[in-house]
Design a protein around this ligand. Structure first.
Ligand SMILES: [Mn+2]
Length: 383
């Protein structure tokens, strides 16, 4: 039994003002080719298909095209679950009609109890599509008003699945959430305030494979419990992630074999560090000058229009960071009322903010002269 596992496509995502839709389409074209090549028994997309509950129309169009190619053109079975970014109702529009075509769209916890049943030489395999679980929705669905928190809600849903699962048959769960032991990045939206969004990996005991979505770094949490990772890097905090999709081969026994396949992004999301002059100079020999960049500038001097200069050579610079300014503003500390600060102190603080250094005696002396001339000029105007 072969499963092609992917997650977190976040279609329609905007990174620092740049729409990533063309990049997503480029990667999904490769994904469709891969699916045609490896011929899985099922493709699973483990949630956060869209970036927003009301996705932009071109994102809906793209998903429509990719799903039609997989299901209609190649004849594959596809299981899609809603993640915490998706609207369960909108994502599962038409689900009852589409199921007979081989497309399973799961939005409600009830869908988790309606598995896709597949067969191979070793017998049946049941694929349980469990969307992101809101505890309130699970309480209502299972009529268990005392279920509090995502851990309890997930455990209860999995118990219901186990109770209905025929003994001796193999089973796969598709899920979306934060399973403890996984490593986070900056672009996953917290599932619950205060860290209670975490689910213990032990609740998945007994399933042959658990195809997870939510965490953006591809990773194995425990035996048979895996995050496929996101389609591409969705924040600069993911600049060290090697994105991939997982080809999972499930044998007759518990063990499964996983192969990671990398897709090639049209533009990479990465971080460049250096002084402005170095970065500008390096750009000429950079074959990937179209990448989406965050540039960390190490210069201490004030600079004019760094973004304009960088974009002349790296057109897709999306963000500039200057550690020296952050350090300086940290040192200035609490906000003060500038009307109560002398001109000298106000300028000294501005100078420290921009350069990270205090005014030296010579500079202070020079400034005293300038301030005096300004004051004299102002007095003359008043008189
Ligand atoms: Mn998510």
């Amino acid at each position: 039994m072969r499963i092609l596992h992917t997650a977190d496509w976040h279609l329609g995502r905007v990174l620092h003002g740049a729409s990533l839709l063309d990049d997503q389409a480029h990667l999904l074209a490769q994904f469709v080719d891969l699916a045609r090549d490896v011929q899985p028994d099922v493709v699973v997309i483990a949630g956060d298909v869209y970036d927003r509950s009301v996705p932009p129309a071109p994102a809906v169009d793209l998903l429509d095209e990719v799903l039609s190619r997989l299901v209609r053109d190649i004849g594959l079975k596809v299981v899609v679950i809603a993640g915490n970014h998706d609207s369960p109702e909108r994502l599962s529009f038409g689900a009852r009609l589409l199921r007979s075509s081989g497309l399973i769209l799961a939005g409600s916890p009830a869908d988790g109890l309606a598995p896709l049943v597949l067969d191979d030489d070793h017998g049946p395999v049941r694929i349980y599509p469990l969307p992101f679980l809101e505890p309130a929705v699970v309480r209502h669905h299972l009529l268990q008003p005392d279920l509090l928190g995502i851990q309890a809600a997930t455990a209860a849903m999995l118990d219901a699945i186990r109770a209905a699962h025929p003994k001796g048959e193999r089973s796969v769960v598709v899920g979306h959430g934060f399973v403890s032991g996984g490593v986070e990045s900056e672009s996953e939206r917290p599932l619950a305030l205060g860290g209670s969004g975490c689910v213990d990996a032990a609740v998945f005991q007994g399933f042959e494979y658990v195809a997870l979505g939510h965490l953006h770094r591809p990773q194995k949490v425990s035996q048979g419990v895996r995050y496929a990772g996101s389609l591409m890097r969705y924040s600069f905090s993911e600049a060290d992630h090697d994105k991939a999709v997982s080809v999972v081969d499930l044998g007759p026994e518990r063990a499964c074999e996983v192969q990671s396949v990398k897709l090639s992004p049209r533009r990479q999301v990465r971080v460049v560090t250096g002084r402005l002059a170095q970065v500008l100079e390096g750009a000429a020999a950079d074959p990937a000058a179209q990448d989406y960049l965050s540039v960390i500038l190490l210069d201490e001097e004030p600079m004019f229009d760094a973004m304009g200069k960088l974009r002349a050579v790296y057109p897709n610079v999306l963000h500039i960071e200057r550690p020296i300014l952050q350090a300086a503003s940290g040192a200035v500390g609490a906000r003060v009322d500038h009307r109560k600060v002398s001109d000298m102190d106000l300028f000294a603080s501005f100078f420290a903010d921009v350069t990270g250094k205090a005014l030296d005696d010579g500079q202070r002396g020079g400034l005293v002269g300038v301030l005096q001339r300004v004051e004299n000029a102002a007095r003359e105007v008043e008189a």
